[in-house]
Design a protein around this ligand. Structure first.
Ligand code: ADP
Ligand code: NA
Length: 327
């Protein structure tokens, strides 16, 4: 039998190539090996921005468009929005009754946030932020997922999810498998300025960029600062364009490195080759995106269908849970 995966992303807008390489590219592979539940976690997005919620519908739509154009198959996977399946909230409530507060308070991201706020003389400390890993646990075990693809930074959250799951099973019977982490070895993609690509730095290449935008962004990338003239010898190890070649053009990277060091290739040509390679690699993504954009009702249809599928599994789990708790 295939293993089952749950994974989610917050619809926070502006999905970029770093997000793609860091997570989504891996999902596209995993969909062939596992039964997958991919969830746009809109309730989680409220933990950091609950004041202005007007952009949520657009952000959900954009995220679904990003996922589908990346190649996630809505038949093969269950693709849905968290708030469309109310059982996430129901299970979260029950888990919150039996989780010691101290378990939540020792989560590193929570402690860091408290410290940051303390330093600014502020205090957020909403339950939603503290309870984030609690809701995440409910998300995962509601579908009896046994595997969760995570980055290194998410490991403490998953460890806590396992602890909460064990506690539930000890109290009420073995209903849930303990979800295990599948650690992704995704590389960190630099942005145009050489720092980590991030929407908070404004140095990103959007995942929705078409060929012209890709070419333009690649032209703007910083290169080896010591290389002024084409005849200067290059230092690929400090060049953002070369880092991109390693990630997007691996088969030619060795040759490009040689040619850069010996000044056989200049930065303009090097960027041109990278841009064309990226345009080729993202051609299918771009085509799928254009097709979806021509069919505006399609995304809603897919998300409705996904929610229906998710609800069936979620409702069956909650029936078991409520019976075990005599509710
Ligand atoms: P941002 O830094 O743009 O706000 P997020 O923190 O929302 O991005 O990250 C969402 C997901 O994308 C996470 O899984 C994160 O590890 C991944 N990710 C973000 N930026 C990069 C990057 N530059 N390279 C690789 N993965 C990234
Ligand atoms: Na970030």
């Amino acid at each position: 039998m295939k293993g089952r995966i749950f994974s989610g992303m917050q619809p926070s807008g502006k999905f970029h190539l770093g997000n793609y390489l860091g997570a989504l590219e891996n999902w596209v592979k995993l969909q062939h090996e596992y039964e997958c539940f991919f969830c746009i976690v809109d309730w989680h997005a409220l933990t950091s921005s609950y004041e202005d919620t007007r952009k949520i519908p657009q952000n959900i739509h954009d995220m679904a468009l990003d996922w589908l154009s990346a190649g996630l198959d809505p038949e093969r996977n269950t693709i849905f929005v968290q708030s469309h399946v109310k059982e996430h909230a129901e299970l979260h409530l029950l888990l919150s009754m039996m989780t010691p507060l101290s378990w939540l308070e020792r989560v590193p991201t929570y402690k860091d946030k408290l410290q940051q706020l303390g330093a600014q003389g502020k205090e957020i400390n909403t339950y939603g932020f503290l309870g984030y890993p609690e809701l995440m646990t409910a998300d995962i075990i509601l579908y009896k997922a046994d595997t969760v693809p995570v980055g290194e930074d998410q490991l403490p959250h998953l460890e806590l999810a396992r602890e909460i799951t064990r506690r539930f099973n000890n109290l009420y019977g073995p209903i849930f498998p303990e979800p295990k982490a599948s650690l992704s070895q995704a590389p960190v993609l630099p942005g145009l300025d050489g720092r980590k690509m991030s929407k908070s730095y404004g140095n990103e290449i959007s995942f929705s960029a078409g060929p012209e935008e890709i070419r333009e962004k690649v032209r703007m990338m910083v290169t080896d600062p010591q290389r002024i003239k084409k005849t200067d010898l290059g230092h690929p190890d400090v060049c953002t364009v070369f880092t991109f070649h390693k990630l997007f053009n691996a088969e030619h990277a060795v040759q490009i490195e040689k040619d850069c060091r010996s000044a056989q290739i200049g930065c303009v040509e090097c960027k041109k080759r990278l841009a064309e390679r990226m345009v080729d690699m993202l051609a299918d993504v771009h085509t799928r995106r254009l097709a979806l954009e021509r069919n505006p009702g399609r995304i809603k249809e897919i998300l409705d269908y996904g929610a229906e599928r998710a609800r069936k599994v979620a409702a069956a789990t909650m029936q078991e849970v409520n019976k075990a708790l005599h509710l």
